[in-house]
Structures are given as C-alpha cells and as structure tokens.
Design a protein around this ligand. Structure first.
Ligand code: ZN
Length: 874
C-alpha cells in the first residue's frame, strides 16, 4: 500500500497556535477508547486539543484500502436512490415536506449535490460556537453575511471563486450554514486532493480577504436567499414565532439578513459594513470555541488546519445567552394566531416554550413525549383524528435546530395537517390533544415504552450504515459543541437513562394555559390585518375561547379511544447472518419469471449486516390511458398509504422503512430494514393492495387533499416548468392542468374501485430482493420514450401562477443523442441537463452517462461563479 509522504503532513510552521502532534502510526493506532462508537463503525477516532484551544476529532477511515491499494481506483457507489424517489414524488404530487426543498434560513445553496463514491471522499467540518444570536442590533443578518464573506478568497489563495473551482475540479462540494448559536462550514473532496483542499479551506479562517468589492455583490446573494425563503410556509412560521418573543430577546432577531438590513439601512445610518464584518470575525471566530471534525484515511492530514490564536482570540468568553430564559413568557404568546399560508393547506400548531433541555440529552424527555404524541397506531391522537377524517398528518416534538433548541429555551410543538372538516373543528382537535396529554400526565412516564424506544435506537446505532463523510463530519463537529467527549458519537442518538422525574417535570408543563395556537388556512385571507415584519406573513391574533379554556382546565374528560400503544411486534430480535449462497453470485439472478412478472434475488456478501431490501414495481398500462386514470391512480396510492398508516406504523418506528410511490407507469413498493421482521411488513402491504377499499369519507378527504397538492405544484415555477418540459418531450403525457381538471370535474368512489380492479387485473410485477435473506419463492409492456426535438433553439415561456412569488425558474434543456445507451432495454431517453439559473442549482436525472457527467462538471462551477458570485442571483 502506498504510504502518504509523512513530511508533508507536518504542521504548518509559520502560524502561531500550532502544535506538533506525533502521528501515532496509522497502522497500529486503534483510536481513542473513551469515545463510544458503534460496533459496526469501521472508523477510528482520535481527539486532540490544539494550543489555541481548537478541539479536533480526527476520523480515520481506511475502508476500501485493503483490497485495492490505490485510492483512485476504488469502485463507485451510486447514490441514485434518493434522487429517483424525488423524481417520482414530483410526478405524483406526493410531495411530503416542503422543507426538503427549501434549505433553511440557514442553508446555502453553494453546495451542489455531488454524485459518486463516499468511501474515497475525505471531508472536514468546522463548527464555530457563535451564530445569529450575536448579530448586532443595527445589522440584522451580519453573522449569516459573514459566513458568506469568509469564502471570498484568502490572503494565501486570493481568487474569489478559487476554492469552489478547486473542489469542482476534484469531485468535491462544500456548504455552510448559520444557526442561532453556531455556524458550520463543511466540504468534501477526493482523498488525494484533500490536503491541498484543507489548506485552502483553513485559510478562510486564518486570513480571509473579505475584500470591500465583494461586499455589495455578496449582499445580493444573501438577499436572493431571503427572497427564495419568503414563499416558504415553514420559514414564515418560524419568523412569525420569533416575533412573539419578549422585546430584545435574540429569538426575535432577523437572522437571514437582506439588502435592506445589510446595505440600504447601513448606508443611511453611516454604518461601515466592511469594518463591522472584520470586527465580528475578529471577535467571534475564535479557535477556543471552534470544533473541527476531519475524516480521511490515516491520521496525518488534519494538522494542516490551524486557526490563528492571536489578536482577538485571546480567550474571550464565548457569547452566552443562557441568562435570557423564558423568551415567550409574555401574554402575546398564550393566544390563538390565525395565519394565511402560501400553500393551500390547513394546519394547526400547538406550541409550548420550555426551559432549555439540552442538558438532559441522556434522558431525552422530549423524544419520549414526542414518540407518544406522534404515534400513529391505535389509541393515538392521529388514529382518532383520521377516523373522524379531520387530520392527514401529525408531527410532534423538537427538531433540535438552533431555533427549536438553544441555551434560552426548548420548543415542544405539535403540528397537525387538517382536512377542511378538521379546520372547521380545530377546537375539537385541540381538545383531543389536551386529552392525550392529560392521559400521559395521569399515567406518568412508562418504563416499558421508554425501554422499547431505547432498544430501537440502540439497534439502529449498533447496525448503523456509513453515511456520506461530509454529512458525518457536519453532525460530529456540532455534537462536539454539545456533548462531552465520550458522547460525541452517541449523544444525539442514544437514550441512556430512564428518569421518570425529568420526563414527569416536562410533562407537567405541557398544559393548555401555557400553549400557543397557530392556525393556518387559506380561508383566513382577507381577515388578517397584521403583517409580520420581514416575510410579510398576514396574520391575526385573538384570545382562545373562554368556554374551551374552561373545559380544558376544569378537569378535562378523557376519550375512551385514547390509550398508550401496545407492545411493538416489529422490533427485530434475530440479527444472525444467513449462511452464504453456494455458488455465490456477483449480480442479482432472476429466480422467477412468467408473463405476469419476474423476481430478482441477491444475497448480500459484502456488507454482512442483518438487513434486507425488497422493491417491486407493479406496472399497469391502465394508468396512462387517461388523465382521469392518472388521478384515480394517485388517489388509490394515497388512500392505500392512508389504510396502511396505522397497521404499518409500528414497523416504521422499528426502523422498517416502507414507501409507496405512484410512478408514471406503476406502483413502486419498497421496503427495507432489519430482515427479521421485514417479510411481515411486505405481506401487510400486499394484503392491503389486494383488499383495497375506500370509504366515502376517506375518498372525499383525499380528493380534496389531492386538489390542494396539484394546486401547490402548479404555483411552483420550477415544478410547472418541469411539467411543461416533459409535456413537450413525452408522447401522450397528461399535464398537471389536465389532471387538475379531471379531478375537479368530479370523481366517485365507484370510479376508484373500478379503477383499482382494472389496475390489479392488468398488472406486470418486477421485483428485487436482496440483503441478508434466504431465497424466496415477458417483456415490460410499457415503453418510455421522449420526443426528439427539431435541431434548433426553442423557447417556451410559462407564466407563473403564483403572483406573490418573485422567483423565476429557467430550465435549459440540451438534447444529446444518447442512442448508445438505449441498446439493452426499451428505455430510450435523451439526456437532459437542466439548471435553474436563478437558483444556481444544477441537476441531472439519475441515468447519466459519463459524458453527461463531465459536461455537467464543466458547466457547474462557471455557472455558479457567474450566476451566484458575479450576478448574485441566488
Ligand atoms: Zn446563506
């Protein structure tokens, strides 16, 4: 095995604050035994603190080296799955969380999702223990702005876009985010270029240029992020919630920043933004509260990273907000807020502001409570609401972002997506939630349930899969700010200790009189005279009705339908590995095949973990026969998911994943997880498909919901654009507008039942079973083709349907002759490269040939540089 040249790994001598760290020898050193890691984690860890106070976790990842020796020649692992799912989601309108698409306040779009192997990537992430809470009051958004500005070249590498160009050239990516009390920077790159990349990256923290010229341009980039975030309901909700904090509390700050706060106002008030940026950097980017996680092979590289400890960094205490407790202990909080959302959905949020809970990470009381609140099995809040056709989804808990949990408070929030009828009865819905909380308070914390959650989390941790290095170091460097050394890798995941006292104390705070209610509905339009300052959200505030409050506080009566969950039968107990097949096959083999379907099988011989993966594609020509059928198919899949929600919930929480996707030509059923109980789940789904049924109540609930889903797709320029583009390219495609019309023309339960019978009668099923599983017991009748466009420029302009959305979307579609790739199946697809210039995102569909990937790589950085840095379009 070629050894890295050790001399090049030595610390950089000219910088103060550096330390000489002996390389303990990559071969013998087995890592720091005090850091608790998963038994299935092949990586080794080493914790060091540099002289300047910088805490570093070095993660040595030698996977894949034993076999090939040459790091450049390792095989590639494709990561197509998620993208493919996203594609499918788009098609059906089964879009689950908008948050997926709107990276948060705090997220930049500088990193473009990379493709390729994870094993041969190296990555580093730095967490600075300071964030938007430290914004000066006269410059809202300064911390976020600085996060952008540090990347505009360094003294050693002055080129403004040099780092991004370097990363792109070597298969890397980077990103950064600003949270309330932390700012995180991360990047990854091929191993062989890691050292140079690390040096370039480190220079941003040692001597960033932050040149004056870049300020105006980069303000526009920050402003574009703000503009992009504006139409997002989740961001609007956050800002509105922030505005309810006591005056002067940092929760009320405008953390995004925009052209107004960072350019126009400062100009008016004669504030020198350049000086203030430098001052902020000097004061707060201090090594002694930075944490660094570096993952690569061996131990050498990280010592290139040294942060200067002179000047402002002489040990000033970290900004501390822990004396600003109870941000929401104000009459404005205990009210009902009616809000007009962007999306046509009704939802109810019930929120409590609790004392900070971070210190109870070993007990995780909020996790325990949200487990029960968000439960979907019989006896749960959602189960009862679904039976009444009042709610579609319910989430509860704390997301552990800086906004949800910081040193001043912790949120506990229950968010319920309501049907029209649920919206009309929102007080009843609230009433049910309070009954369930009363039940939990009366019964007290339950050891049996706690231990069940504990077991599930422990199984997950024990058999964890290796995640992308860049995501891993990002998580770890943040954990290093929160937990002691031994819990760096476990602190955010494991439930260490059942404490009825800690859980009971929190439960007792979740009372009706301390709750905040926010009700979102398009029906509030025209009745909301108030406007949130930054995002312009329309809202109104009123007292919670006295008669309800009285009911809740004077001995609330409990519904008989509510009870704690039964014992979970899907939790795996058998983790043994099946004996290897003989003879072993390298690729999946077809083990069954007829004119109605075929089945592929592959026993895992590589990963050797007790997990399996089953995927079936149920293809039917009936689906594409008309727009009406497509709509009925969407309805069928949504209702099937609804019918399964309760019986399959226990499986889901036991980490058996399942997903139903209404793809263009068929239903995709995917299940994965611990193999022991996985077949139980798969047969459960098949049984529900075979015996599919829908009550009129459920049917009308889902038709109403689907109307909103389609509408929400139509108002998003990028989705509308995609729909129109595919309409041009595909034969006999039905547009979203046609589907919307078919849906609003009126459908009946009988239509649906007839469709579901025809769907099952004309079905071709293709499946793949692989993993730690023993062997289980025609031509695909659908052609996927796209149109070949006449070879010249075509422009198709589509007027955006959402007048309030200032964003535009440009998709440039290049037709590349891809016939070489159509040889072995019926798939004939021309390659497409699309990028939305305004949002500086470039994406490729999952089937990309090498040439297309090269094409994309060459375009990406110049596009980014031009659009984002020079034109500052987002
Ligand atoms: Zn940003």
């Amino acid at each position: 095995m070629p050894q890295t040249n050790k001399s090049r790994n030595a610390p950089v001598p000219e910088t103060s604050g550096s330390v000489q760290v002996q390389d303990p020898g990559a071969e013998e050193y087995v890592g720091d035994s005090e850091i608790i890691k998963s038994p299935s984690d092949p990586k080794q860890y080493r914790y060091i603190v540099l002289d300047n106070g910088l805490r570093c976790l070095l993660i040595s990842d030698n996977r894949g080296l034993a076999s090939s020796g040459d790091e450049d020649l390792e095989e590639e692992e494709e990561e197509e799955e998620e993208e493919e799912d996203e594609e499918s989601d788009d098609e059906t309108g089964e879009e689950s969380e908008e948050d997926d698409e709107d990276p948060g306040s705090e997220d930049d779009e500088r990193g473009i999702k990379k493709k390729g192997s994870t094993e041969k990537q190296s990555a580093a992430a730095l967490c600075v223990g300071v964030g938007s809470f430290s914004d000066p009051t006269d410059l809202p958004g300064l911390a976020h702005f600085l996060e952008h500005m540090v990347f505009m070249g360094s003294e050693k590498y002055p080129s403004e876009n040099g780092f991004d160009a370097f990363l792109k050239k070597h298969g890397g990516s980077d990103n950064a985010s600003t949270d309330c009390e932390r700012t995180i920077f991360q990047f990854d790159i091929q191993r062989k270029n890691f050292k140079e990349a690390l040096d370039r990256w480190a220079q941003f923290f040692i001597c960033p240029l932050m040149i004056r010229d870049a300020i105006d341009r980069e303000v526009e980039a920050v402003d574009s992020e703000y503009q992009l975030a504006k139409p997002s309901d989740s961001h609007r909700k956050e800002m509105l919630f922030g505005s309810l904090a006591k005056p002067g509390h940092p929760m009320g700050k405008f953390c995004w920043g925009n052209a107004q706060t960072l350019k126009q106002e400062p100009k008016k008030n004669k504030i020198n933004v350049y000086e203030r940026l430098r001052a902020f950097w000097k004061k707060y980017y201090s090594a002694h509260y930075m944490t660094l996680a570096v993952q690569s092979k061996g131990w050498g590289n990280p010592f290139l990273f040294i942060v200067d400890s002179k000047g402002a960094h002489d040990g000033l205490p970290k900004p501390d907000f822990s004396d600003m407790l109870n941000p929401y202990d104000t009459p404005a909080f205990y009210k009902l807020y009616r809000v007009v959302p962007v999306r046509k959905d009704h939802s109810l949020n019930i929120t409590w502001a609790l004392p900070p809970q971070e210190k109870y990470y070993r007990v995780k009381p909020l996790h325990y409570i949200s487990w029960l609140i968000g439960h979907e099995g019989t006896g749960s809040i959602l189960s009862v609401l679904r039976k009444k056709c009042w709610a579609l989804a319910l989430f509860g808990g704390n997301s552990e972002t800086g906004f949800d949990q910081n040193s001043t408070y912790s949120i506990f929030s229950i968010s319920i997506t309501l049907t029209d009828e649920g919206f009309q009865n929102f007080y009843q819905v609230t009433h049910l939630v309070f009954q369930y909380l009363k039940l939990l308070q009366t019964l007290g914390p339950q050891k049996r349930i706690y231990e069940e959650i504990q077991r599930i989390e422990a199984n997950e941790f024990h058999y964890q899969e290796q995640i992308d290095p860049i995501e891993y170091v990002e998580d770890v460097c943040e954990n290093m700010q929160l937990f002691p050394k031994e819990d760096f890798l476990t602190g955010d995941q494991l439930m260490f200790q059942f404490s009825p006292e800690v859980i009971g104390a929190i439960l007792s705070l979740l009372t009706p009189d301390k709750a905040n209610l926010m009700l979102f509905s398009p029906e509030h339009e025209g009745h909301c005279p108030l406007r949130e300052k930054w995002f312009g959200t329309q809202y109104n505030v009123e007292d919670i009705q006295q008669e309800w409050m009285k009911q809740w506080t004077d001995g609330i009566e409990l519904s008989q339908d509510l009870h704690l969950p039964e014992e979970n039968k899907f939790i795996s107990t058998d983790f043994s590995l099946k004996p290897p097949e003989s003879p072993e096959s390298e690729f999946p083999v077809k083990i069954a095949h007829s004119d109605r379907g075929c089945n592929w099988y592959k026993k895992d011989n590589k990963f050797k973990i007790p997990k399996a993966y089953i995927r079936f594609h149920m293809i039917s020509p009936v689906i594409q026969q008309s727009a009406k059928n497509l709509v009925l198919f969407d309805l069928m899949v949504n209702i099937l998911a609804h019918n399964l929600a309760e019986p399959a919930y226990e499986a889901e929480v036991a980490q058996l994943d399942y997903k139903l996707v209404a793809s263009e030509h068929g239903l995709v059923i995917r299940v994965k997880g611990f193999n022991h109980k996985l077949p139980l789940l798969f047969y459960l789904i098949i049984d529900h498909l075979a015996g599919f049924s829908a009550t009129p109540g459920v049917f009308s609930m889902f038709t109403e919901q689907l109307k909103k889903t389609y509408f929400n797709i139509l108002i998003k320029p990028e989705k509308l654009g995609k729909d129109v583009r595919l309409l041009i390219l595909e034969h006999s495609r039905w547009s979203m507008v046609e589907k919307y019309q078919a849906l609003t023309a009126g459908l009946t339960v009988d239509d649906l039942m007839e469709f579901s019978q025809r769907f099952r009668a004309e079905l071709y099923a293709e499946g793949l079973v692989q993993g730690n599983i023993s062997k289980l017991p025609a031509k695909v009748p659908v052609l996927f083709r796209v149109v070949e466009l006449p070879p010249k420029h075509h422009i198709c302009k589509v007027k955006s349907l959402n007048k309030g959305d200032a964003n535009s979307e440009v998709t440039v579609y290049y037709q590349v002759h891809g016939r070489a790739r159509c040889s072995n199946n019926n798939l004939c697809m021309f390659q497409q490269v699309c990028f939305s210039s305004i949002q500086s995102q470039i994406s490729l569909p999952c089937q990309s040939s090498r040439a297309d990937v090269l094409f994309q790589m060459h375009m990406e950085e110049p596009c980014f540089d031009f659009l984002r840095t020079k034109e500052t379009l987002g």
